[in-house]
Design a protein around this ligand. Structure first.
Ligand SMILES: Nc1nc2c(c(=O)[nH]1)N[C@H]1C(S)=C(S)[C@@H](COP(=O)(O)O)O[C@H]1N2
Ligand SMILES: [Mo]
Length: 201
């Protein structure tokens, strides 16, 4: 069929793929704060902003014409369910990064979604080769409830970092908490270290 490269997320190769405190599910739960936003394909934009030489905006058509990749990865939600063996298809974050000239001070990203959700990532975590802006899951277009038309997928961190309905990537020099991070979720969220919540104050 196609010559789309498949990237195997490194956690898929572990002998025991279930992180501590997690239980496996076969279904795919739908979880989010607030309502599923109504996004018109013609109005969708991906804004690449912040510490870049020149801000860029992509239409959905422009986004879909970028080189595609597939990633095989496991999902680990902080509420303790894990879903193994998900095949995501979309555009790798490194492909998006190459569309702009990053300023040397850029060290973090804030991802913003339609509906007001946000999540923060270190640039290094964001640019791992298994991180992508996905449009498909197991061969099917992402439903609106699962984040369509475009969601972020960050396989090596808890699933709240995988923002649905993405519309903006802002490169920054300082780390700012995103939506759940400001309510006490861990700043990074590595499931293998059980980085679920942080104590504050
Ligand atoms: N825009 C947006 N993205 C989001 C969320 C949200 O509330 N809004 N919730 C996060 C959380 S906590 C989880 S567990 C996953 C759930 O994704 P799913 O519904 O496709 O399983 O989406 C993440 N991305
Ligand atoms: Mo979650």
């Amino acid at each position: 069929m196609s010559a789309i490269p498949t990237i195997i997320s490194p956690d898929v190769k572990r002998e025991n793929r279930t992180p501590p405190g997690q239980r496996l599910v076969d279904s795919w739960p739908i979880l989010h704060n607030g309502n599923v936003p109504a996004i018109q394909a013609s109005e969708w934009r991906l804004i690449i902003s912040g510490l870049v030489e020149a801000e860029r905006q992509l239409t959905l058509e422009e986004f879909q014409s970028l080189p595609q990749a597939t990633v095989l990865a496991d999902i680990h939600c902080v509420t303790t369910w894990s879903r193994l063996e998900n095949l995501w298809e979309g555009v790798q974050t490194s492909t998006i990064r190459d569309l702009v000239e990053l300023l040397p001070e850029a060290r973090f990203v804030m991802i913003r979604s339609y509906g007001g959700y946000s999540t923060n990532l270190a640039l290094d975590d964001f640019l791992q080769d298994d991180v992508l802006f996905a449009t498909k899951h197991d061969g099917e277009l992402l439903s609106p409830a699962h984040g369509g038309p475009v969601r972020l997928v960050v396989p090596r961190l808890y699933f709240w970092k995988s923002a649905k309905w993405v519309t903006q990537i802002e490169f920054t020099d300082q780390d700012q908490p995103g939506f759940w991070e400001s309510y006490g979720y861990h700043n990074r969220g590595d499931p293998w270290k059980e980085e679920r919540y942080q104590s504050r104050g």
